[in-house]
Design a protein around this ligand. Structure first.
Ligand code: PLP
Length: 475
């Protein structure tokens, strides 16, 4: 009988709960790794779906870092584009200048996209990371209202089980509790969190998805009214939640209902697609599949595919027109904004995605991955949920499937599965704090769009082996 997190057995095998980390002495410790305890793996070469380590190992990268490497590693066309741009214009400041690479990248993303979906976004601001993009978006949304004379609007409404970044602004709206601990009392004060759109944990027994959606929407409406809609800047959330709770799409009808509610109360809708956007779910933007048009969208990760640090805030014409009538400039600028080399690199990545029909490939391989995960894990006693969309999938591990109760967090079930898979030769992304920011484990699989069916088979079979090892260690 397994020890329960709710009622630990008196004689629970304490030695099985050893901390996942032990202090190790390294001959030449990394001078930059964030952990002072662990030594990162040194990658000496990366090509296609594989990473080659200094110790001779070859690792199948089934998560592209953190869902970043959408076209795999070491692409020569992209390298050439970066080099060409460096030679042509290596840097200019956006205060006075622009470049073809930045303009063409903006055009490529904003032009009515190939699926024919009219997203309504008309302007892009390129920055260096997802966190910066979200901070920019929060500032832009605030400026929008400020210039309309609605200076009392201070609140951002976001959701539990959401992640938006590590800067003070983006962390304030995030709910990954572990990352916030030392900073809790210095985060933005005007933030309110509503429930996650978590069908697995949040819906009641026998409740239809539509009914769950109605409950969630009612809760948001109550929160809007409690704070006063006239005091709220935006509702911000991930269209499909990524690292915080493990590739979690919202229940049916949720997004159209949120859009209607934001319209009803005059609140901006900001979708964070830093992880789930740029084709990861099979369409350029995940919100296309929901049939809605947000006011602000943030993208990152897949935008540059890992070849250069780049992310963006995209805004619609309502905001642009309003700012034009106000101070006529977004009051935000950074030295490396719209960096020409990053933009040229991202453009090369996006051109490859379009030319090689990779979004279609995501749909086809995505359903293959879904099938593989279902056939391999559905009957596993400790896999509570298998969820995702496109090439963006997660397994959530639970100690008790009927109760959906998590493993003790000290056991680090998700990180252990990730570690065991890595030892066998497959990189996946670990997640913990899945349920409430503290407990609950998942692992995330997000391979490059260029991956093959065989690689997916290897990845899933390896995760199964790793899972078996961790289960054996626990019981
Ligand atoms: N938003 C989401 C949904 C993310 O997944 C991430 C990163 O994981 C971020 C924002 C922050 O992006 P970055 O790490 O590039 O700052």
């Amino acid at each position: 009988m397994a020890p329960s997190i709710l009622q630990p057995e008196a004689d629970a095998p304490a030695q099985k709960y050893v901390a996942a980390k032990t202090l190790t002495q390294f001959d030449s410790p990394s001078l930059l790794h964030r952990s002072l305890l662990e030594q990162p793996h040194k990658v000496i070469r990366a090509s296609g779906s594989y990473l080659y380590l200094e110790d001779g190992r070859k690792i199948l990268d089934a998560c592209g870092g953190a869902a970043v490497a959408i076209i795999g590693h070491g692409n020569d066309e992209v390298a050439q584009a970066a080099l060409d741009q460096m030679r042509q214009v290596s840097y200019v400041h956006t205060l006075s200048y622009t470049t073809d690479s930045a303009e063409n990248l903006a055009r490529s993303i904003l032009r009515s996209n190939d699926s024919g979906f009219d997203h309504g976004l008309v302007k892009a601001f390129f920055v260096g990371s997802g966190s910066e993009a979200n901070d920019a978006a929060m500032k832009c949304a605030r400026q929008y209202w400020y210039e309309k004379g609605q200076t009392q609007r201070r609140y951002f409404i976001s959701r539990l089980q959401g992640y938006h970044g590590n800067t003070i602004g983006s962390m304030s709206v995030s709910t990954m509790v572990g990352r916030k601990i030392p900073y809790q009392d210095m985060l933005l004060p005007y933030v309110s969190h509503v429930s996650a759109a978590d069908v697995y944990h949040g819906s009641n027994d026998g409740e239809k998805e539509e009914e769950f959606t109605e409950r969630l929407i009612a809760e948001i409406e109550v929160e809007f009214l409690r704070l006063g809609p006239e005091n709220i800047i935006s509702f911000m959330a991930e269209t499909v939640v990524g690292a915080a709770s493990g590739t979690m799409p919202a229940p049916k009808g949720y997004w159209p209902a949120v859009r209607n509610l934001c319209n009803k109360y005059g609140i901006l809708l900001h979708l964070d697609e830093i992880m789930c956007g740029m084709g990861r779910t099979g369409t350029l933007f995940a919100f296309e599949q929901e049939g809605i048009r947000p006011d602000i969208v943030t993208i990152g990760k897949g935008l540059g595919g890992g070849y250069a640090p780049i992310a963006a805030m995209l805004i619609n014409s309502t905001i642009v027109d309003s700012l034009r009538k106000g101070t006529s400039a977004f009051n935000h600028g950074q030295t490396y904004q719209a960096h020409p080399v990053s933009c040229a690199t991202a453009l090369a990545v996006q051109n490859i995605v379009r030319r090689d029909g990779l979004l279609e490939r995501v749909k086809i391989l995505g359903s293959k991955l879904q099938d593989l995960l279902s056939t391999t894990f559905t009957d596993c006693d400790y896999v509570g949920d298998i969820r995702g969309r496109g090439l963006f999938w997660s397994l959530e591990f639970v100690e008790n499937k009927a109760r959906k109760s998590p493993f003790p967090k000290e056991f680090h079930f998700g990180p252990r599965v990730q570690q065991a898979a890595f030892n066998i030769g497959v990189a996946i992304y670990p997640g913990s704090g899945t349920i409430d920011g503290l407990s609950g484990d998942h692992v995330l699989i997000a391979p490059p769009y260029t991956t093959t069916e065989e690689e997916l088979e290897v990845a899933v079979a390896t995760v199964k082996k790793a899972y078996n090892e961790v289960v054996a260690a626990y019981f």
